[in-house]
Design a protein around this ligand. Structure first.
Ligand SMILES: Nc1ncnc2c1ncn2[C@@H]1O[C@H](COP(=O)(O)OP(=O)(O)OP(=O)(O)O)[C@@H](O)[C@H]1O
Ligand SMILES: [Mg+2]
Length: 433
């Protein structure tokens, strides 16, 4: 008897299937057949990575979301050179967990073996805010580059959203005035220049001056806003994963707003640069010769609901929504990870063409998933989720392209995942892994 193992490919249409076959697909896991104790793994499941996609990864706490997100990133940089060299992955690390990916996943050696795989470290590039690079180096983790964001590229609106000022109140109007004044005087400026401008302003009242200088001085301590920012193309190296660690900003609500500001600015720049690059690529196809541009990009974002929430706006909302709605054309893919799909902006949900959902329990979250996948109205998502085996990494996959929904087990990572619950026992003499 022959056992023919059929491959399942998601996110690829018939034309691309005919043109490329299985090239440019990522091995993400295996199809689960059967329920409960009878459940077993069968056909391998692959995902298209050569076309732009918006992928949503969701699931309750500890169900395997951050892990699954990185499985896809690993696969992109393991593609054949011709493909991976046209792609770059930017992993925005909100929890500070991906630096460990340089080490092979020794703790899952046995599990990997069951899958016919071996532990392997991934040569990531680690970017940490300028002010925090030393913290990493002190515990023995190599930082490839400290990153900074250019102050002069932030708008008055960005600062207001970050500081929680209303554009119509005295503080909001003062920010608008100060940024406008400083922009009329200089092209590149630092936070010190902004503070100088505030302190010497003849227009602002003492109380307002005070409120603004306190906020801008705090922003200076975040160690990221400088006169000159890291050029956007530095974040995208062909065939590589760049991990941008933004976990260090204060853990308070204010911390999320700094992160939003950084992500917002970066998203705007990615969009502009890719639009430009796309023109170059068209020109090349038309026979006009090549030009070195930033490659097609995958932007992966954990805790996405914090940046593009259903309610309210952050400094990242508008730029990220532009990527969600218009990113496909300039070749930008998004991987959005969230524990709470019902807290994620509706447009981000509805634009997702592939959803990987680990176990979810809240009715509101399941309802949010149902609202995206209207074509699957007949299928009960809740039912599929209930039938998933209990182990981490089990998920349902919903593919808008083939209009299919089925359960999978995400494959183990090649590289070390530092995202589990911390252990009281210190391992490797570094941070808790
Ligand atoms: N596909 C998988 N194969 C093997 N183990 C897995 C898999 N996915 C997750 N795990 C295990 O589950 C743990 C938790 O996974 P992960 O950190 O991705 O959860 P999470 O859903 O992101 O949690 P949180 O909501 O806290 O961010 C991992 O440390 C890993 O040990
Ligand atoms: Mg996580």
């Amino acid at each position: 008897m022959f056992l023919i193992v059929e491959k399942i490919i998601v996110g690829r249409d018939r034309n691309d299937m005919e043109a490329f076959g299985e090239r440019g697909t990522a091995f993400i896991g295996k199809h689960i057949v059967g329920e409960g104790d009878d459940a077993h793994l069968t056909n391998p499941v692959f995902m298209d990575v050569i076309r732009p996609h918006t992928i949503l990864v969701t699931g309750k706490k500890g169900s395997g979301k951050s892990y699954s997100g990185f499985v896809l990133a690993e696969e992109i940089v393991r593609q054949e050179p011709e493909i991976r060299n046209n792609l770059a992955v930017l992993f925005i690390d909100t929890m500070g967990i991906y630096w460990s990916s340089r080490s092979p996943n020794e703790k899952d050696r046995e599990l990997l073996k069951e899958w016919g795989l071996k532990p392997e470290g991934i040569d990531i590039r680690l970017f940490v805010p300028g002010g925090f690079a030393k913290e990493y180096e002190d515990v023995g983790v190599r930082v490839d580059a400290p990153f900074t964001v250019s102050c002069s590229e932030l708008t008055a609106q960005d600062w207001m959203l970050t500081f929680g000022f209303n554009p119509l109140d005295a503080n909001g109007m003062a920010v608008e005035h100060i940024i406008k004044t400083i922009k009329s005087k200089m092209r590149d400026y630092s936070i010190e220049d902004i503070i100088y401008e505030i302190e010497n302003s003849k227009k602002l009242e003492a109380q307002v001056k005070n409120a603004l200088t306190t906020r801008f001085s705090a922003a200076q301590d975040w160690g990221v806003f400088e006169k000159r920012g890291t050029p956007v193309r530095d974040y995208f190296m062909r065939g590589k994963i760049t991990v941008l660690d933004i976990s260090h900003f204060p853990r308070s609500a204010g911390g999320w707003s700094v992160r939003s500001m950084v992500i917002g600015l970066l998203s705007r720049k990615i969009f502009q640069d890719r639009l430009q690059a796309r023109k170059g690529e068209e020109f090349e196809v038309m026979g006009g010769g090549g030009k070195e541009n930033i490659p097609m990009v995958w932007v992966c974002l954990d805790e996405a609901h914090q940046f593009i929430p259903t309610e309210g706006e952050t400094a990242a909302s508008e730029p990220l929504l532009t990527l969600v709605k218009e990113g496909r054309e300039p070749g930008i893919s998004l991987l959005l990870i969230t524990q709470m799909p019902n807290k994620l902006n509706q447009d981000a949900l509805s634009q997702s063409d592939i959803v990987l959902s680990h176990r979810l329990t809240s009715e509101a979250d399941i309802k949010a998933l149902r609202s995206i996948m209207q074509t699957y109205a007949a299928e009960d998502i809740q039912d599929y989720i209930n039938k998933l085996p209990k182990q981490t990494g089990a998920a349902i996959i919903m593919d808008d392209n083939s209009e299919r929904i089925f359960p999978i087990q995400v494959r183990p990572r090649f590289s070390w995942h530092a995202g589990g619950s911390p252990s009281a026992i210190r391992k490797r003499g570094l941070l808790d892994l």
